[in-house]
Design a protein around this ligand. Structure first.
Ligand code: NAP
Length: 515
């Protein structure tokens, strides 16, 4: 499959007044290769006068510009029936060779119907025939494509809501088909599960991809900001040879991992891209999109990070698992090696490295691990390898007991416990994180008094309530960011065979977390 097309980022703007539309469009033109003017966003009182100035605005943008008048049933902001849209497009002719019209397929069909004897028709060489479905993936997608492909419009656009990441497959298949049939096409899976189609679409032949001016100004669900498409994902450089890595999770889109790994690719001059995959059903994702022997897509997938809630269930999807990951019961890294999938756990080594750097040898130290989930399991396994004397503290005694029994260590209920005498207390719960309540802490200063170092695996926010309580109690502190970077560097090494300077990932994560 050879695709050699320019990568175009189109930045849509949708504003209530013409003045605001103009300001936004000028910014969009600086950022994107194309601009889309969403006229359906204009207030009714502004519409007629705005239309008179559109040609002038398009001229001033110095960018190919798409004019769109979207009805609400296709994701627009205005109730526009068929007749009003037909009348609007009948009265427009595109300005020079820079103006494109995005016309819904029902109106395109109206212009081309054998019953239509009007001599007026859009300039088909400037027309995008579009179909949007915000409810999900239509069962008759192929039929819709075929009907649209019969139209004289130069470009076809199909945008459908992805309920799961595997809904990207029919969208990628549409791009393949259009390319084989010599049709120019834009195909998008909307929603956070469809982000892969927005980032990889142009490399697979999509005429353009849409990028939001700012996060709040996205005109469709899952739209990535244009500046992120350019500087984070570097989509201008992605082609079919680019190695693809990504994060499998639910949710995955708020992670800082794309920032760290893409920065490492860029700094190491590696032709690679790392993107989020929001996955509900991990077995189906691995079968249909990941495993080289069963997947339904031809792509250069090299590796995956795995996060909650899939770290344990992913074990069933792999051909080989390193012994440590088996003992921990969790895989956070997958490597695609020829036609097999190999699983690793880099959390364990990533957790120990910054701790040893901070406190020295762990041999014989008393360590309390709070929590009984995946991170706690990796912590206990890794700390035992360092000959630490580990105990578990869990809110659910049954879960704590079951983890403690696996590693033959003691377990206590978390409530009201004093950590006096412990060398290290590790928080392996989400308590205190953005997701787990930033004002919460798994232990107070009173409970921590007399412990030496408090290690919070939570990295967002950087300074958690637990670390504040620890400082109050006179303890040393260590946050989770160093572990995040350490485990990511090990993943990068597994995928590329190379090392990356910790400052590259650290800087990228810190900037992303601040933003
Ligand atoms: P997990 O498998 O869901 O386990 C979470 C554990 O926390 C469970 O034992 C849970 O108890 C416990 N917990 C949740 N809320 C609690 C509360 N209010 N009080 C007491 N215990 C509570 O999650 P995980 O994968 O282990 O991750 C845990 C944390 O570590 C997350 O914040 C994650 O971001 C962080 N982490 C950081 C890194 C890093 O690189 N810095 C790497 C991995 C994980 P129940 O079982 O009773 O619900």
């Amino acid at each position: 499959m050879i695709v050699n097309r320019p990568v175009r980022i189109c930045v849509p703007v949708c504003e209530k007044t013409f003045a605001a539309l103009k300001t936004a469009a000028l910014k969009a033109a600086e950022l994107g290769d194309m601009v889309e003017l969403r006229l359906d966003g204009l207030d009714a009182a502004e519409f007629d006068s705005a239309i008179k100035h559109i040609a002038e605005l398009v001229r001033s943008l110095l960018r190919p510009t798409i004019i769109t008048l979207r009805p609400t049933e296709e994701g627009g902001y205005r109730d526009l029936d068929y007749s009003s849209r037909y009348a609007f497009w009948s009265s427009r002719s595109p300005h020079d060779d820079v103006e494109f019209f995005d016309i819904e397929r029902d109106v395109v069909a109206g212009f081309t119907s054998s019953d239509n004897h009007s001599p007026v028709a859009p300039n088909w060489a400037r027309t995008i025939c579009s179909y949007h479905n915000f409810k999900g993936m239509p069962a008759n997608l192929a039929e819709i494509y075929e009907q649209m492909a019969n139209s004289p419009a130069r470009i076809l656009k199909i945008a459908v809501e992805a309920g799961d990441v595997t809904d990207c497959l029919p969208v990628f298949h549409l791009l393949d088909r259009a390319r084989r049939e010599g049709r120019e096409m834009i195909a998008i899976a909307m929603g956070s599960s469809g982000i892969a189609t927005r980032i990889l679409g142009p490399s697979r032949g999509s005429f353009l991809t849409y990028g939001a001016l700012e996060n709040e100004s996205a005109t469709a669900p899952g739209q990535v900001e244009a500046h992120e498409l350019k500087s984070l994902y570097r989509i201008q450089k992605i082609d079919l040879k680019t190695i693809i890595c990504g994060l499998v999770g639910m949710p995955a889109v708020y992670s800082v991992s794309p920032h760290m790994h893409n920065a490492a690719f860029e700094s190491g001059n590696v032709d690679g891209v790392y993107l989020p995959f929001e996955v509900r059903d991990v077995a189906s994702f691995f079968k249909r999109m990941v495993h080289p022997r069963t997947r339904e897509i031809d792509w250069n997938l090299r590796g995956l990070s795995v996060t909650a809630p899939h770290k344990a269930s992913v074990l069933d999807c792999l051909d080989w698992i390193e012994p440590a990951a088996k003992e921990i019961g969790a895989v956070n890294t997958v490597v695609v090696e020829a036609d097999t999938l190999r699983g690793y756990n880099t959390d364990a080594a990533g957790l120990v490295a910054p701790l040893v750097q901070s406190i020295g040898s762990l041999n014989g130290l008393r360590v309390a691990v709070i929590g009984a989930g995946g991170a706690a399991s990796a912590a206990v396994w890794a700390l035992q390898r360092q000959n630490a004397n580990v105990s578990i503290f869990a809110r659910d005694p049954e879960k704590g007991r079951s983890l403690a029994d696996r590693f033959d260590i003691s377990c206590q209920a978390l409530a009201q416990i004093s950590f006096t005498g412990f060398d290290v207390v590790v928080n392996a719960t989400p308590v205190g994180s953005i997701a787990g309540g930033i004002k919460q802490t798994p232990a107070t200063a009173r409970q921590l008094t007399g412990a030496r170092l408090i290690y919070d695996l939570v990295y967002n926010p950087g300074e958690t309530e637990l670390l504040r309580q620890a400082s109050k109690a006179g303890c040393e502190t260590l946050g989770g960011l160093d572990m995040l970077v350490a485990q990511a560097r090990l993943q990068y090494k597994l995928w590329t065979g190379r090392t990356t300077n910790p400052s590259v990932m650290h800087g990228a994560a810190t900037t992303a977390l601040r933003g």
